[in-house]
Ligand binder design. Structure first.
Ligand SMILES: [Zn+2]
Ligand SMILES: [Zn+2]
Length: 304
């Protein structure tokens, strides 16, 4: 299971329809947050996202991506949390996140670690990596790609039996790619009974940015790209001035990167709840586009 839930999909200020930035990734029972705008904790309650996360990744420190973290951590403290939380962010992490974490007079009751990351970092996990890439937003900003490791090919037990490989540890060794020699002297190669390795899934989050090459590279053939689309084409100049993207620009990034699906978020308060004009602009370039709304959950299936 791999899914994304949008806690907030608006730009800069909350509106009745859209809260500010917050994105939840859930994968095999693990929950990870990306950005944490004001009110994110209430959105988590509303949309049934548990508080079991251990990490928040910040794209940058504009208030609409940040202000929710103080209250969220306080609530965890009141709930008696003891497990640590790690906050990741680009340059300035210690100063900005440190201030957010220590604001007020409460004492944190559980360990909070702050880690500064930079573009090019790759955080290696058991089953996936989180890749940090540079974005272009008139500040120290990054985007994140979660890339699952390639999975072992499918093991065919019926072939193993036909070949007379006894069930047990030898099956595991073959599955992991080892060539084995049976007691009768025959050599069995993994390709005799294991299919081709299967590609893991990739999900990419742009944060706030102008269209940029580093993002296209990071999103190459991704299963899902979440890209900001603050404005429509009639506001291109404003998008350029403020370091944001139009819906059409986001769609072009998706097209160039060859992603499977595009979800647009970070929508300016000037657009209506469904923002049909943004959707039309994007779909004219990249048909498999949706506009996120608060509470939307998107499943990311394997491509095979
Ligand atoms: Zn923003
Ligand atoms: Zn911003």
């Amino acid at each position: 299971m791999l899914s994304l839930t949008f806690l907030g999909t608006g730009a800069a200020t909350p509106t009745i329809d859209r809260n500010v930035a917050g994105l939840v990734l859930q994968r095999e029972g693990e929950t990870i947050l990306f950005d944490c705008g004001e009110g994110s904790q209430r959105q988590m309650m509303r949309y049934g996202v548990g508080f079991s996360f251990a990490e928040i990744f910040f794209s940058h420190y504009h208030a609409d991506h940040l202000l929710g973290v103080t209250g969220l951590l306080r609530t965890l403290g009141l709930q008696g949390r003891t497990a640590p939380v790690t906050l990741y962010g680009p340059r300035g992490a210690q100063r900005v996140l440190g201030a957010a974490v220590s604001l007020g007079i409460e004492r944190n009751k559980f360990p909070i670690e702050i880690r500064e990351i930079r573009a090019g970092d790759r955080l290696r996990r058991e089953e996936y990596d989180i890749v940090v890439f540079e974005t272009d937003h008139r500040a120290d900003t990054v985007g994140y790609a979660l890339t699952e490791h390639t999975r072992l090919g499918r093991f065919h037990p019926e072939h193993a039996r036909e070949l007379g490989v006894p069930e047990g540890p030898l099956w595991g060794r073959l599955h992991r790619g080892e060539t084995i020699i049976l007691e009768d002297g025959r050599t069995i190669r993994p390709e005799d009974l294991v299919g081709a390795p299967r590609r893991g899934r990739t999900v990419v989050y742009s944060g706030d940015t102008r269209p940029c090459l580093t993002l296209v590279e990071a999103a190459r053939e991704a299963d899902l790209l979440v890209h900001e689309a603050t404005f429509g084409g009639d506001e291109l100049e404003r998008a350029q001035e403020t370091g944001h993207s139009t819906a059409a620009e986001a769609a072009r990034v998706a097209q160039e990167a060859g992603v499977r699906r595009l979800v647009l978020t970070h929508i300016s308060p000037r657009y209506s709840r469904d923002a049909p004009e943004l959707l039309a602009e994007a779909r004219a370039i990249f048909p498999d586009t949706v506009i996120a709304r608060d509470g939307l959950t998107v499943e990311v299936p394997f491509s095979e």
